[in-house]
Ligand binder design. Structure first.
Ligand SMILES: Nc1ncnc2c1ncn2[C@@H]1O[C@H](COP(=O)(O)OP(=O)(O)OP(=O)(O)O)[C@@H](O)[C@H]1O
Ligand SMILES: [Mg+2]
Length: 405
């Protein structure tokens, strides 16, 4: 194996793509930046990466593309690709072959060498350093890179309460002192930011721009409610939706996972690619279901998808559960799915408040908050705050539920 990382570039005439192959040498590297130039005259640029592990995040503007590669293991290979972005009248923005004019422009830059910068340490550089004195005190170990626990919230059926639950779970994890990212992966029918009362005009960037390669992921994060919670909203415009490259969703989730303890992903309804991409990057799935037939059938499909993708199905949240007159009992649901019910949320009109404050903050001593903190405890192992009378609430719930069996 060679000592230093190697970066090669080639133009693939057949696919109309420029490829940069980054192959690491023998030592692990962190914080690498790959820079390349593209002809600014082309109609648009689309960058993506074909690689395993933590994928790089690309940004492109004004003829310059930057890929940030957080970690590169010894011998690891990343393929960084770009091509021109074509607007197709029927399909919106589509990563197809470039036009002949764009292909000619792109191929003319194939001989321009890309640059590798950042924390790239060659053995020669390391040898030039003065010899290190033996440490007087035991050296402190460098903090290991974080890797967030990623929890997807899904259902299959629309309107079961995924967004409402995701918000409350994200807030509860943050209230317990965990750095939490709440991500709206429902890129087509996004409403998480609306539920939180965020002003779309005040948002510099959203997940749409990140997935279009137009914004750094950090630019699309917004602190809300407490210092530990950051929201990554999806955009509300159709144009933004059309230009994004969904296949980067997993890379973006992996990128954020290096700077948070937990990521809660609000996934879209349906059985689709966004759901699969969100699940593929998740450690756990929580199903938010209503106790009705439609919800049960669709929920089973999502559970099946999670199992195929090797995602742990942590449990079911039964939302809008009629405690006195349940259509399905808790034990029936558990038997149907072979999965535990980890929370039962009552039908609570106060859940949508004019002031947009989530239930865990607006009514911290209520049943809804107690149940959501119970899920947060299951994820983090941390006890709920003292103001949440979870014991009494859960006892009441157990009594109701036993009565309904
Ligand atoms: N426990 C509850 N009690 C009363 N209303 C609720 C409850 N949970 C959610 N709702 C309401 O139900 C509606 C749908 O909720 P929400 O948007 O969270 O569902 P969703 O599964 O994210 O929907 P979609 O599939 O469209 O993304 C909203 O109006 C919300 O305020
Ligand atoms: Mg939703």
């Amino acid at each position: 194996m060679q000592d230093t990382p190697k970066l090669t570039k080639y133009w693939d005439e057949k696919s109309g793509r420029m490829s940069l192959i980054l192959k690491n040498g023998e030592r692990p590297l962190r914080g690498i930046v790959v820079e390349d130039q593209y002809p600014a005259a082309i109609s648009g640029i689309l960058c993506f990466a074909k690689s395993g592990g933590v994928a790089p995040v690309a940004t492109a503007s004004g003829g310059k593309i930057l890929w940030k590669v957080a970690n590169l293991a010894p011998g690891e290979l990343k393929e960084l690709v770009y091509t021109s972005l074509i607007r197709d009248a029927l399909e919106g923005y589509a990563p197809k072959k470039p036009t002949p004019a764009d292909a000619a422009l792109l191929s003319s830059t194939a001989s321009l060498p890309p640059k590798l910068t950042g924390d790239v340490e060659t053995p020669a550089k390391a040898e030039e350093r003065p010899a290190l004195k033996p440490p007087e005190e035991p050296a402190k170990k460098a903090a290991p890179a974080r890797h967030a626990v990623v929890v997807a919230v899904g259902a299959g059926k629309g309107g079961t309460g995924k967004t409402t639950f995701s918000i409350n779970l994200g807030v509860a994890l943050a209230e317990l002192g965990n750095d939490t990212i709440l991500m709206d992966a429902d890129a087509s029918m996004s409403n998480l930011s609306t539920y939180l009362g965020m002003d779309p005009n005040g948002m510099k960037a959203t997940l749409h721009e990140v997935l279009a390669g137009e914004a750094e992921p950090e630019k699309a994060t917004y602190r809300i409610f407490n210092d530990h919670l950051r929201v990554v909203p999806s955009g509300l415009s159709i144009e933004g939706f059309l230009k994004m490259d969904r296949s980067l969703l997993r890379d973006v989730i992996e990128y954020f996972s290096q700077e948070a303890d937990y990521i809660v992903i609000d996934t879209p309804a349906g059985y689709n690619r966004e759901l699969a991409l969100s699940l593929a990057a998740s450690d756990h799935l929580i199903l938010v279901l209503n106790p009705d037939e439609g919800s049960m059938t669709d929920g089973l499909k999502v559970q099946e998808m999670a199992r195929i993708l090797d995602v742990n199905v942590m449990g079911i949240v039964l939302n809008r559960y009629d405690m006195k007159n349940p259509y399905f009992s808790r034990s029936q649901v558990e038997a149907h799915f072979g999965t535990p019910v980890i929370a039962m949320l009552p039908d609570e009109p106060e859940v949508r408040r004019k002031d947009k404050v989530p239930s865990v903050l607006a009514a911290p001593s209520g049943l809804m908050a107690a149940e959501i903190y119970h899920v947060a405890q299951k994820i983090s192992g941390q006890k709920p705050p003292a103001c949440s009378p979870s014991f009494v609430s859960r006892l009441m719930l157990a009594l109701f539920n036993t009565a309904s069996l």
